[in-house]
Design a protein around this ligand. Structure first.
Ligand SMILES: Cc1cc2nc3c(=O)[nH]c(=O)nc-3n(C[C@H](O)[C@H](O)[C@H](O)COP(=O)(O)OP(=O)(O)OC[C@H]3O[C@@H](n4cnc5c(N)ncnc54)[C@H](O)[C@@H]3O)c2cc1C
Length: 341
């Protein structure tokens, strides 16, 4: 059988990680990533990239936990290798703090991160406005380095990238056997998915190298996430807001909320403002669909809608998408064998 040709639409975190996973797990296929935006101009480049799960109301918790565990263990392996610095993957310890004691003191992901425990009284003294806290060590991917590293790995595995806007998936029909849809918010138009919508996030990237611990308010609205080169201060969650322009008043609010948690941030320098639109739906869409046009068929594997938690689950969802593709490749090979008999 001739090589199975696979096109992955999307070059954000989800498209690149899925393309790498396919190129490493399905021998003998060709993989091409097609997108109209590449790093540093994707939503994924704006993210803090910390591994703290977002909860997807439409996905069973055991499934979300499996995706998180697979992603955490995969990145921990990279973190413990000589690739860590180029990939921008590092461990980070810190605190998640709450103004009222949460109903669920031990979240479902507590045994995946390292050293999860309740904060001590002495630790809580740093946060007099808060009543309860959790301390743990997790991982963080710095972007753009992580996206650049994924793209490099894809090319080393023989994969290709093309800059192109896709208006209709059928444009790819004559050149590819299988399409993998990782277009994030682009799926609203491309697949006419009216469920996917933006949740706007504005963040500040600042220079404050003395800060080594993360601090996250349990509401998820205010956070301080130290990376290798800068610190991400957040944030906002504005549903259905498509505006990509930074708002100066929002920036002031973010800085003031973060300084209330960590007063030394008043001395932060080199403040850059970034805005990204989280591709949000109640559940990640991870499924196979066969598009039909007359007598023609176009198999599409969807992997999009990761909302606020793409970094936390990307390797788990990339593996599941690859599994769906493997099934389809096996069926193609079987029908090709039968045709030869
Ligand atoms: C402010 C902010 C902070 C965040 N922090 C975190 C965090 O700390 N931890 C975490 O886990 N998650 C975080 N996230 C969420 C995370 O960034 C997203 O879940 C993730 O980036 C989604 O990746 P994606 O590849 O699906 O989308 P994108 O990065 O948007 O990529 C979509 C790709 O599809 C392409 N595309 C779309 N339509 C078309 C088309 N018609 N033709 C061709 N190409 C097309 C685009 O060009 C792009 O390449 C954050 C998000 C924001 C905004």
């Amino acid at each position: 059988m001739t090589k199975v040709k696979i096109a992955v639409v999307g070059a954000g975190l989800i498209g690149l990680s899925t393309a790498v996973c396919i190129s490493e797990s399905i021998p003998g296929c060709s993989v091409t990533v097609i997108a109209d935006r590449f790093t540093p101009n994707t939503t994924s480049d704006v993210a803090a990239g910390i591994l703290i799960p977002h909860v997807y109301p439409g996905t069973p918790v055991h499934q979300q936990k499996q995706w998180f565990r697979e992603t955490f263990d995969y990145l921990l392996g990279i973190c413990n290798s000589s690739q860590a610095s180029e990939a921008g993957v590092h461990l980070v310890s810190g605190w998640q703090i709450f103004k009222t004691v949460p109903e669920e003191k031990t979240p479902f992901w507590s045994d995946v991160v390292l050293g999860f425990r309740s904060m001590t009284e002495k630790e809580m003294k740093k946060f007099p406005q808060h009543k309860f806290g959790q301390a743990f060590t997790t991982l963080k991917c710095d972007c753009p380095p992580y996206l650049l590293w994924l793209e490099k790995r894809l090319k080393e595995n023989g994969g290709h990238v093309h800059a192109r806007k896709i208006e209709d998936m059928w444009e790819l029909h004559s050149d590819y056997d299988i399409i993998v849809n990782c277009s994030g918010l682009g799926s609203r138009k491309l697949m006419n998915d009216q469920e996917i919508h933006p949740i706007r996030g504005q963040v500040l990237k600042v220079h404050a190298p003395w800060i080594r611990h993360f601090i996250r308010d349990g509401s998820g609205l205010t956070y301080i996430y130290p990376g290798v080169h800068d610190i991400t201060l957040g944030g906002t969650r504005q549903k259905d807001n498509w505006n990509l322009s930074p708002d100066p008043n929002t920036s002031k609010g973010i800085l003031s909320r973060c300084c209330a948690l960590e007063p030394s941030l008043h001395a932060a320098r080199d403040v850059k403002v970034k805005v990204g639109l989280r591709p949000t739906r109640s559940a990640v869409r991870l499924q196979k669909e066969v598009l039909v046009r007359g007598s023609e068929k176009l198999p599409v594997i969807h992997n999009y809608g990761h909302s606020s938690g793409g970094f936390s689950v990307h390797q788990g969802t990339a593996r599941e998408a690859t599994w769906l593709i493997k099934e389809y490749v096996a069926a193609l090979e079987m029908s090709s064998c039968k045709a030869k008999l």
